[in-house]
Ligand binder design. Structure first.
Ligand code: 0RA
Length: 645
């Protein structure tokens, strides 16, 4: 190739690089998830990830993160330093390539062990593209090298600015306020929590975080130093610190199966809760995936087999389900996957099929060994599993009995309805509440003049999949018809409605603000859409919006309906404790009234149908087996008009 051509190639490549950076700035969410608070903090994780990679390759043991006074971030490590020599293909310093080429990441260092994926691992160049200003400093070969950038564009070629006997890489960046739709204001707790997590997930790395915006009582900057000698076993102990252990030891599983490193640490406690946390390449997989299902399978299989062969299940009159094996279990599952496929609504569900067997086998083998070596622990665990199964059976029997007793006695209003005093439908509201316990709270908290409560049991029938007679036989559905005063049409057209006697003009669906709650919400919406569409079209159907958080500090307390509000309140209070409301049941009557039911303060969404055909398509799609799409629908697609009443 002639020099002429080389020159041409180089400029073509640099144009490509520029386009890559432009693309990041045009579509930032594709690279960092969103341009809100989460995306902003994501920038820090991205830079730290590179240092963690360097540490995992065995070249670095100290990483420090600093929130500077101006809210810029500095990340420094004592690794080998990003190479500064000429990158032959690109014709510029390798440092410049790493900083300005999208996806250049660690491509030219094939020997080092690198795994990345998901939102992480997109490379520090993405951070550069989304920063108003970034300075990279490399300590290497006795010299200090430097290059600065504005919105991803180098301000000068890499230059030497001094001498050093140190090694490492330092990156300081100021996120671009033209990109982010939130204040450039880092949350110390958010970052420190992530650094603690990283130190547990990657043992024996010193990770520190310092906040130069704030000082403690002694005049030192707020700072934490994390270091975990053992890794995951320390992580579960940390998570379970406030629970009573059932067995003293942490069961630790560490190995590699089919080239996939698998690490598990688990403890049993005396609670009834299941606490599983899973990670892929240090990324929390909220939605689980193949590694989690592999873990569950390995655990159930191994414990069952052990219990059976050791005769502990003799004379058992009921079956044991998978859930019973996980009651009181806290576990962390961490795998490293070279090319992870992330699926699901928030791209936090591992899809790689091969991982399931790897985790299941690793768990089976090592847990079998553990049980054989620790027969006392094994017996304690199996006894707990049997108790869990027993309790589950007793509960379901009781539920059946109650169900049989509450057969509708025709004519009058349903026994479960707590009606309101007034009788003018246009003034009255009916709350359809998820579960009897939340129903009880709502009953106490309501204004009984105009608010009626009808608790609905668990998951109502999915009318999308049920035959019509099943729907009309369904207790909850019958209750809704009678409570509303809506009658079903004729023999010929059973769905023909008579809404002239509608007893409440506002019908409010009030469910937990979690995945289950949104599922129930959708099931109820599906019912209205399919069986009482007129009410939807007339604008009678509403969805309540309970708060997600309560922030407390001293005597001050405030509710937040999303993460941004929560962070703003924490900031306003200057810290504080955050209670996350997982369900309506966690609020008392007064809180439920204040936040969700009182017309003076509440936020409700009116459900509308903008396009019937589209709504139809959406509802059929929604009633598939995946829950996340439903959540997504409710959050973004729904044609709710946000009205404050
Ligand atoms: C590729 C090659 C080498 C180092 C790195 C990447 C590296 C990148 C980052 C990012 C943050 N900290 C980092 N530390 C190192 C070194 C290759 C060699 O020296 O032989």
């Amino acid at each position: 190739m002639s020099d002429e051509n080389k020159k041409h190639d180089y400029s073509a490549d640099s144009i490509q690089a520029l386009e890559g950076m432009e693309h990041v700035r045009m579509r930032p969410s594709m690279y960092i998830g969103d341009v809100g608070v989460r995306g902003l903090h994501h920038l820090v994780y991205e830079v730290v990830d590179n240092s963690i990679d360097e540490a995992m390759a065995g070249h670095c043991d100290t990483i420090s993160v600093i929130i500077n006074e101006d809210n810029s971030i500095t990340v420094r490590d004592n690794g080998r330093g990003i190479p500064v020599g000429l990158h032959k293909k690109e014709g510029v310093s390798a440092l410049e390539v790493v900083m300005t080429k999208i996806g250049a990441g660690g491509k030219f260092d094939k020997d080092s062990y690198k795994v990345s994926g998901g939102l992480h691992g997109v490379g520090v160049s993405v951070v550069n593209a989304l920063s108003k200003h970034l300075k990279a400093t490399v300590y290497r070969d006795g010299k200090v090298w430097q290059q600065e950038y504005e919105r991803g564009k180098p301000l000068y070629p890499v230059k030497v600015v001094g001498e050093t006997d140190q090694r490492g890489t330092e990156v300081t960046f100021m996120p671009d306020d033209e990109i982010f739709q939130t204040e450039i204001d880092f949350n110390y707790e958010t970052l420190s929590t992530r650094m603690r997590e990283l130190s547990f997930l990657n043992q024996r790395i010193k990770i520190s975080i310092e906040d130069k915006r704030r000082k403690d009582d002694e005049g030192n900057f707020i700072r934490e130093d994390f270091f975990s000698e053992e890794g995951l076993p320390e992580f579960v102990k940390y998570l379970d610190a406030t629970r009573e252990p059932l067995i003293q030891k942490v069961i630790s599983i560490e190995g590699e199966k089919n080239g996939i490193p698998v690490e598990v640490a688990m403890v049993y406690n005396t609670s009834y809760a299941e606490n599983l946390h899973s990670y892929v390449n240090n990324i929390n997989t909220h939605e689980g995936g193949t590694h989690l299902s592999g873990f569950r399978r390995g655990l159930t299989h191994t414990l069952k087999k052990y219990a059976e062969t050791s005769g502990l299940l003799k004379n058992l009159k009921f079956s044991i389900s998978g859930d019973d094996f996980r009651e009181g279990l806290t576990a962390i599952i961490s795998v490293k996957v070279a090319e992870p496929q992330f699926e699901g609504q928030t791209k936090t569900k591992l899809g790689n099929r091969e991982v399931s067997a790897a985790v299941s086998q690793a768990v089976s083998e090592m847990l079998t060994d553990y049980l054989e070596e620790n027969p006392n622990d094994a017996k304690t665990i199996v006894q707990k599993v049997i108790l869990a199964a027993q309790a589950r059976h007793a509960a379901s029997k009781a539920r059946e009995m109650v169900q049989r007793k509450t057969v509708m006695s025709g004519g009058g209003l349903p026994g479960k309805l707590s009606d309101c005093a007034w009788s003018e439908p246009e003034k009255c509201e009916l709350f359809l509440v998820e579960g009897d316990s939340a129903g009880g709270t709502a009953k106490q908290g309501r204004d009984r003049n105009f608010q009626a409560i009808l608790p609905l049991r668990g998951k109502i029938l999915n009318v999308e999949k049920a035959m019509q007679h099943k729907a009309f036989e369904n207790e909850e559905i019958k209750n809704m018809y009678t409570a509303l005063g809506v009658s079903i049409g004729t023999e010929e057209d059973q769905r023909a409605l008579n809404v002239s006697k509608l007893r409440y003009h506002k019908i409010v669906i009030m469910c937990d603000a979690d995945v289950d709650g949104s599922h129930i919400e959708t099931l109820i919406l599906t019912f209205f859409f399919r069986y009482m569409r007129e009410l939807v079209e007339n604008g009678n159907i509403y969805v309540a919006a309970p708060p997600l958080y309560l922030v407390k500090k001293g005597k001050k307390r405030k509710y937040a309906w999303n993460d941004e509000e929560r962070d703003a309140i924490v900031k306003e209070f200057g810290g504080g404790t955050i209670q996350r409301y997982k369900g309506l049941g966690e609020m008392n009557a007064e809180q439920l009234w204040d936040t969700t039911m009182n017309p003076q303060h509440r936020t409700m969404y009116r459900v509308t149908i903008e396009n019937g055909a589209e709504a139809d398509r959406v509802f059929s799609m929604l009633m598939g087996d995946e829950v996340p799409p439903r959540r997504k629908f409710i959050e973004d697609n729904a044609t709710y008009a946000n009205i404050d009443i």
